[in-house]
Write a protein that binds this ligand. Structure first.
Ligand code: CA
Ligand code: CA
Length: 447
């Protein structure tokens, strides 16, 4: 019988001991064969989440580049015979850095390499400048060329993941750059049973963001591609990963037409009737949109689904959607929200239509620019459960009631009762322990 306390704390710490011994003697853990522990969040519901743990020997892969990764997801075949990836149980170990923006000889591709049909960024900016084109959506051959060019990039970066799959990083430096992991079933045949652990996802970017001149007062550049997206997918465990931008970080990007040229979408978006997901011990860094759970108020097929558990994650220098929820029952506990000198901070918990966030024992560390009434934003929802929150080590050790803080400066007031109480969870730690636990153990480890 597993003791959750040991599971939660000992993961990285054990390895300090193990590193001094030969791997075999230390009983080095094989992440590929591990399954989601019992009761560890919504993904443990029913038969739980086992990914590819039962893979036969011929379905165990070590991959070092894009082509090998895609082959491993498709019974060893590249290029894949269809857009439907293999559902055979498989374990994929990622070694080193895999860049998705490469050709079939593994040579790097830059945005210009995807230009098609006369598209160039310079031509696009000249043609659709609101001062020239007006504030209406782009159309015509150059906009069509943007879409053709976008599709050329998408054909490289979109990596489809099938059922019964485990993808884990070897060592703590396994990295997937520029990719969109697309977990997508259909309303009648969902994707299911996928584990992704111990990987850094970096710089997923769209070379061809769309110009939306009426999105907001100034217009906006809207990009595609999340690092990981789930649509019609259930029983997924995302654990000990890091999500971040470095070379394409927003602060390095130019402004066009007076607004940021935004080349990123979400880190981890869970939409289209996806369900039963556990997101644990990850680091989400330096990014605007983090986690969208439910993509539309009109997606009523999401009712009863979008059940997600989010625990022991670090959210640092991120802007919004941490998470933003529609319809789902989402348990958010023991997360560390670090909001210091953030140029992009908007809000953390987005209370959307029919959402039922149950948040407990989370820690917010902020500078003086961000107050407790800013952590919640309401987008059509009516209630959120919140308890045990600490903000900046409140003097005297007290908790901060974020709903009361929100209600003091907003109307209509939010209610506290979301109509459910989580039962599937690991140990919920005292809020005082969140920072040391998450700082030492979230993100990839040397196991
Ligand atoms: Ca998205
Ligand atoms: Ca009020």
């Amino acid at each position: 019988m597993r003791t959750p306390k040991i599971w939660n704390i000992a993961i990285c710490v054990l390895i300090i001991v193990a590193a001094a011994m030969p791997a075999a003697a230390a009983g080095k853990r094989d992440l590929g064969r591990e399954v989601l522990p019992p009761n560890d969040g919504w993904a443990s519901e029913g038969a739980g989440t086992t990914g590819g743990a039962a893979a036969a020997p011929e379905q165990v892969y070590v991959v070092t580049n894009r082509q090998e990764l895609i082959a491993a997801l498709n019974n060893g075949v590249y290029p894949p015979p269809s857009t439907t990836p293999s559902n055979t149980p498989k374990i994929i170990y990622v070694k080193g850095t895999i860049d998705a923006n490469v050709d079939d000889n593994n040579q790097p591709l830059i945005c210009q390499d995807y230009y098609r049909d006369g598209y160039t960024l310079e031509a696009f900016l000249a043609a659709y400048d609101p001062a020239v084109w007006g504030r209406v959506p782009p159309s015509g051959p150059l906009e069509a060329a943007r879409i053709t060019s976008r599709n050329a990039q998408q054909a490289r970066v979109r990596i489809r993941v099938g059922d019964n799959t485990t993808i884990v990083g070897l060592g703590k430096d396994a990295t997937i750059r520029g990719a969109w992991l697309d977990l997508r079933g259909t309303s009648s045949v969902p994707r299911t049973n996928i584990i992704i652990r111990n990987i850094t996802f970096e710089d997923t970017y769209d070379c061809f963001p769309a110009w939306s001149p009426t999105d907001g007062a100034l217009g906006a550049w809207n990009a595609e591609y999340d690092a990981i997206s789930l649509r019609y997918t259930d029983h997924v465990w995302i654990d000990h990963c890091t999500f971040r931008d470095r070379e394409t970080a927003d602060e390095k990007m130019p402004h066009y037409f007076g607004v940021l040229y935004q080349v990123h979408d979400g880190h981890l978006d869970i939409t289209n009737a996806s369900d039963l997901v556990t997101v644990s011990w990850n680091r989400f860094l330096d990014h605007d949109k983090v986690m969208l759970i439910g993509s539309s108020d009109s997606a009523t097929g999401d009712r009863g689904k979008l059940r997600v558990t989010i625990h022991h994650n670090l959210f640092e220098n991120v802007g919004q959607r941490v998470p933003r929820v529609r319809f789902g029952r989402v348990h958010v506990y023991n997360n560390y929200y670090k909001i210091i000198n953030s140029p992009v901070y908007g809000y953390s918990w987005g209370v959307g239509k029919e959402s039922a966030i149950y948040a407990e024992n989370n820690y917010f560390k902020t500078d003086q620019k961000t107050g407790p009434d800013q952590f919640i934003a309401v987008y059509g929802g009516t209630a959120i459960h919140e308890s045990g929150t600490r903000v900046n080590g409140t003097p005297g050790g007290g908790f901060t009631d974020l709903v009361a803080a929100y209600n003091a400066t907003h109307d209509p007031d939010l209610l506290y009762d979301v109509g459910w109480t989580p039962t599937l969870h690991t140990e919920i730690h005292d809020t005082q322990r969140v920072i040391p636990l998450v700082e030492s153990d979230a993100g990839p480890c040397q196991w």
